[in-house]
Design a protein around this ligand. Structure first.
Ligand SMILES: O=C1C[C@@H](C(=O)O)NC(=O)N1
Length: 448
């Protein structure tokens, strides 16, 4: 049983509008939305002047467990997520061992049930070795939303650059094929050119030239051609170039799209002008690119060619990051600050609150067919975030919650603050304090 809570007089951002109302949370779900009388035995939160969002659903994170828990784990990173208003996440399979079988996948669900404060789903990885296994998978054995998410990337054990592997997967797979889209051959050719010139210590400013627009565009175009040819369901992860945005459509509703895409917050926030200041701390794959790309990505997000905002939260220790170019790990922690970043764009007049809710809450739920989450509706799970749009604070070591203890946003002042986060009706985060007694649950799937 969860505590009964009445949030009074709050601006509810949901499904294209903002309405001022009260909301009653009971038994884990949203019971009533409207002008409600005070109810006995309920905790009352005064929402005057504040905004209520559906809890953010982050469609791409790396919480590193099992196998890489010196960087992060399901407890620490879900806690960081909750502080940022993120109530559900879908985690990538490049943990160790790589998630290439149902047994390994189910082990992650088990660990999350014991440790995660937020709700969770996990991608299953695909490579040349487990391709037949994946194609013949009995999806009834998959837990949660996993049978809607297969992840195909291009490095190491999850390498997917082989044209025959790609063709076979697209021809046979019914699940969403999520792709990290960079053509490895082009990247390697560029790496060799710069290695010859600079040795190991290539200036990081060349990262977007090595992991080039061409590498991204050609991989994305190839995946789209394959998806069209085989009528497969394709999702391109973390788009980074303006050029690629023109490959996506906005003339069909999300529910009917066969090909979808997302942008990660750091590709909207940073550009190549930031490499000088932040160096390898913002070395990410795909790379942070130019100002023109950054603007093109926001434009495509606003006109619905891009469907989701995710984080690709990818923590590494500072030691792993502060190394010469070729040894410095790619990725950085950002899940705690994704809503703050998007709200900063709102403050600058670049995006509406309704659009933020669409891209971070409604669309991930629709795309991954997540049951009864992502919207503020009576009868839906009470995953909610209350936001103060006029409260500034500065990111610093003292308030960074990711286990790795640093952030590329250190020193950044945000003008908005998440004050409360509810997960399944439980007030898990309240103005800096956590209630860790209740754990998140596995995301379940809508039937149709
Ligand atoms: O897609 C990815 C993976 C991630 C990681 O570190 O796992 N780091 C990245 O920069 N991009």
């Amino acid at each position: 049983m969860t505590e009964r809570t009445l949030i009074k007089n709050i601006s509810i951002v949901n499904e294209g509008q903002i309405i001022l109302a009260d909301i009653l949370i009971d038994n884990g779900v949203i019971q009533k939305i409207g002008l409600l009388a005070d109810i006995t035995n309920s905790k009352i939160i005064d929402g005057t002047g504040k905004y209520l969002f559906p809890g953010i659903i982050d469609g791409q994170v790396h919480f590193r467990e099992p196998g890489l828990t010196h960087k992060a784990d399901l407890y620490t990173e879900s806690k960081a997520a909750i502080a940022g208003g993120v109530t559900s996440f879908i985690d990538m399979p490049n943990t160790f061992p790589n998630v290439l079988t149902i047994d390994i996948l189910n082990e992650k669900y088990q660990i999350a049930s014991e440790k995660s404060l937020a709700n969770y789903g996990f991608f299953l990885g695909v490579n040349g070795d487990n391709l037949d296994y994946v194609i013949n998978l009995d999806t009834s054995k998959l837990l949660g939303v996993s049978d809607d998410g297969l992840y195909f990337t291009k490095k190491g054990n999850l390498l997917a650059d082989n044209p025959d592997t790609m063709e076979k997967l697209f021809a046979n797979c019914k699940s969403i094929i999520a792709i990290h889209s960079e053509k490895e051959q082009i990247v390697e050719e560029n790496e060799n050119i710069y290695r010859e010139k600079y040795g190991d210590d290539v200036p990081v400013e060349f990262h977007p030239i090595i992991r080039s627009e061409k590498a991204c565009y050609e991989a994305t175009k190839r995946a789209i051609d394959l998806a069209n040819k085989h009528k497969a369901r394709l999702h391109i992860l973390h788009l980074t170039t303006e050029a690629e945005t023109h490959l996506f459509r906005n003339d069909i509703p999300l529910e009917e799209k066969n090909i979808t895409t997302e942008v990660s917050v750091h590709h909207l926030w940073f550009s190549d002008t930031d490499y000088k200041r932040l160096g390898t701390l913002i070395k990410w794959n795909p790379a942070i690119k130019t100002e023109k790309d950054k603007k093109g990505l926001l434009k495509a997000l606003l006109d619905d060619r891009i469907d989701l905002v995710t984080t690709d939260h990818a923590p590494h220790t500072l030691e792993e990051k502060q190394k010469p170019y070729f040894q410095a790990m790619s990725g950085a922690p950002i899940v705690q600050h994704s809503l703050n970043i998007m709200l900063e764009f709102y403050k600058q007049g670049l995006i509406s609150l309704e659009k933020i809710a669409q891209k971070m809450c409604h669309n991930p739920a629709t795309l991954y067919r997540i049951e009864k989450r992502g919207f503020i509706r009576e009868g839906y799970f009470a995953d909610l975030a209350i936001v103060d749009l006029n409260s500034s604070w500065t990111v610093s070591k003292e308030n960074i919650l990711s286990k790795c203890g640093w952030s590329p946003l250190d020193g950044t002042t945000f003008q908005t603050k998440v004050t409360h986060t509810f997960v399944n009706g439980n007030l898990v985060y309240d103005n800096g304090r956590f209630n860790e007694t209740k754990k998140g649950v596995a995301l379940t799937k809508k039937n149709n």
